[in-house]
Design a binder for this molecule. Structure first.
Ligand SMILES: [Zn+2]
Length: 184
C-alpha cells in the first residue's frame, strides 16, 4: 500500500520521458546511463526549482535499510545514504537503480507534472499505473535499459551493457518478452 497515489501514467508515457532525459543528456541508447553524474548535476540543471541533493550518514534516521534514498518532491530535495551513494558512484547495479528510481520521482512529479495525492485510507486500492512507486520503478527501468535496444538482448547482455543488477536485467527481459514467471 502506498501512502500516495499519483495521476495516471502509461508505460509508453514514462518511456517517452525517460528517452527525453537520455536525449537531453546526450547518451545514446546502447550506452549505460551515467546516473551518478546526472544526479550530481541536478542542482545545476534544476537550479530554478532550488533542487538540492544531500548525502546522509548511514546512521541518519531519515533513511533506513528499506529506504536508502528518498525524494521530497514538495521541497525539491533528494536524500541518499552514504553507502548507497558510494556504491552508485562505483557503478553497482542495485544502487544505480535506486538512484534512477529517485530521479523518476523527481522528474515525473516536478518536471513532467504528474500530481501526487495522499491516499484516503490504508484500504484504498491504488492501481499500479497510479502508484508513484510503480511509476518510479518503471522510469528507472526505461532510463537504464532502453526498450528498443533490449528487445534483442539476453539477460546477461542487458546486465553487462547497462550496468544493472542481474535481478533488474531479468525483470526487464521477462517484461519485454512477455514472461510473467521465470520458468526454471
Ligand atoms: Zn520511491
Amino acid at each position: 500500500m502506498s501512502e500516495f497515489r499519483s495521476g495516471p501514467l502509461t508505460i509508453k508515457a514514462i518511456r517517452m520521458v525517460a528517452q527525453a532525459i537520455r536525449d537531453f543528456y546526450g547518451i545514446s541508447n546502447d550506452k549505460p546511463f551515467p546516473i551518478a553524474h546526472f544526479i550530481e548535476n541536478m542542482p545545476r540543471m534544476f537550479a530554478k526549482t532550488g533542487f538540492e541533493f544531500h548525502v546522509l550518514t548511514d546512521s541518519n534516521p531519515r533513511l533506513d535499510d528499506k529506504h536508502p534514498a528518498n525524494t521530497d518532491v514538495a521541497n525539491h530535495i533528494m536524500y541518499m545514504k552514504q553507502t548507497t551513494y558510494d556504491n552508485m558512484c562505483d557503478g553497482h547495479g542495485f544502487e544505480r537503480f535506486t538512484g534512477s528510481h529517485e530521479v523518476g520521482h523527481y522528474i515525473l512529479s516536478c518536471v513532467y507534472g504528474v500530481p501526487l495525492y495522499r491516499t484516503l485510507s490504508d484500504d484504498e486500492d491504488v492501481p499500479s499505473y497510479m502508484n508513484p512507486e510503480w511509476q518510479a520503478d518503471t522510469f528507472a527501468a526505461e532510463l537504464l535499459m532502453p526498450y528498443d535496444e533490449c528487445l534483442y538482448l539476453s539477460v546477461e547482455e542487458i546486465e553487462r551493457r547497462y550496468c544493472v543488477s542481474k535481478k533488474a536485467a531479468q525483470t526487464r527481459f521477462n517484461k519485454i518478452n512477455g514472461i510473467s514467471k521465470i520458468i526454471l
